[in-house]
Design a protein around this ligand. Structure first.
Ligand code: SAM
Length: 224
């Protein structure tokens, strides 16, 4: 999808789309305050390499971090939320980027795993995300706990594929049916599948054209 088509997408002509490219550049084409909720899983700046040798683009260099969250903040409508996963060992960089973009830290989510995803000084057995507020969003009608259970996704479509059952309560809690949900680091499109299943509109962006194709196929066929 080219830049002109991206502009149409965000203008509402084509609500559901997966856009290929650098999310900072793509989001610059979006109008301000047009997105209702951002749920995203950016690179953790962890030099990640899966057991089968797959890596994540931009996972070693954080030059994208501040510009991406400046754009996320800009495109979100006033008084709304962003939930962003992040890696614990780079928490300082993420928190600085979020605050400099204008976000207020509104909560912290921990997802407990029954298995360690790595072992060194500890058995690393949880994932993290921050709930970030733009302005003063209203309280959700049904609050969710800030400790939730994780289920292994199998990582077949993407080396760090997020489980749909983990994303579902986040979309249900922080957006409403018909809302526009954005994931600017969408990978295999897990956020987009849940958004579609929950009757939200969605836009996903990824740098890697293969993941964009996987995400687009997935939302067409709702592959879990
Ligand atoms: C942690 S993965 C997301 C995985 C996704 N949650 C899933 O369930 O498949 C982060 C993704 O961000 C993408 N990415 C990295 N830098 C990017 C950028 N500047 N713009 C858009 N996508 C980017 C990578 O290609 C990768 O697929």
């Amino acid at each position: 999808m080219n830049i002109e088509q991206s502009k149409q997408v965000i203008s509402g002509f084509q609500p559901n789309a997966v856009l290929k490219g650098d999310c900072v550049e793509v989001m610059r084409q979006f109008r301000t305050c047009t997105v209702d909720f951002v749920l995203t899983d950016p690179p953790y700046l962890a030099h990640y390499c899966s057991r089968d040798g797959r890596t994540i683009a931009n996972d070693s260099d954080g030059a994208w971090l501040k510009p991406a969250f400046v754009q996320i903040f800009r495109v979100l409508r006033q008084d709304s939320f962003c939930v962003s996963f992040y890696g614990w060992h780079q928490a300082d960089k993420f928190i600085t980027a979020w605050r400099e973009a204008g976000f207020r830290l509104a909560g912290h989510l921990t997802f407990t795993k029954r298995y360690p995803s790595a072992e060194r000084f500890l058995q690393y057995q949880h994932e993290n995300a921050y709930l970030l507020a733009k302005g003063n969003p209203p309280q959700p009608t049904q609050r969710i706990p800030d400790v939730l259970e994780w289920k292994y996704s199998g990582n077949k479509l993407h080396p760090t594929q997020k489980p749909l059952c983990v994303l579902t309560p986040l979309i249900q809690c922080f957006s409403r049916p018909g809302d526009l949900v954005l994931d600017p680091f969408c990978g295999s499109g897990s956020t987009l599948v849940v958004a579609k299943l929950q009757a939200r509109r969605f836009i996903g962006i990824d740098l890697n054209p293969e993941y964009c194709d996987i995400a687009a196929n997935r939302v067409r066929s709702r592959i879990a």
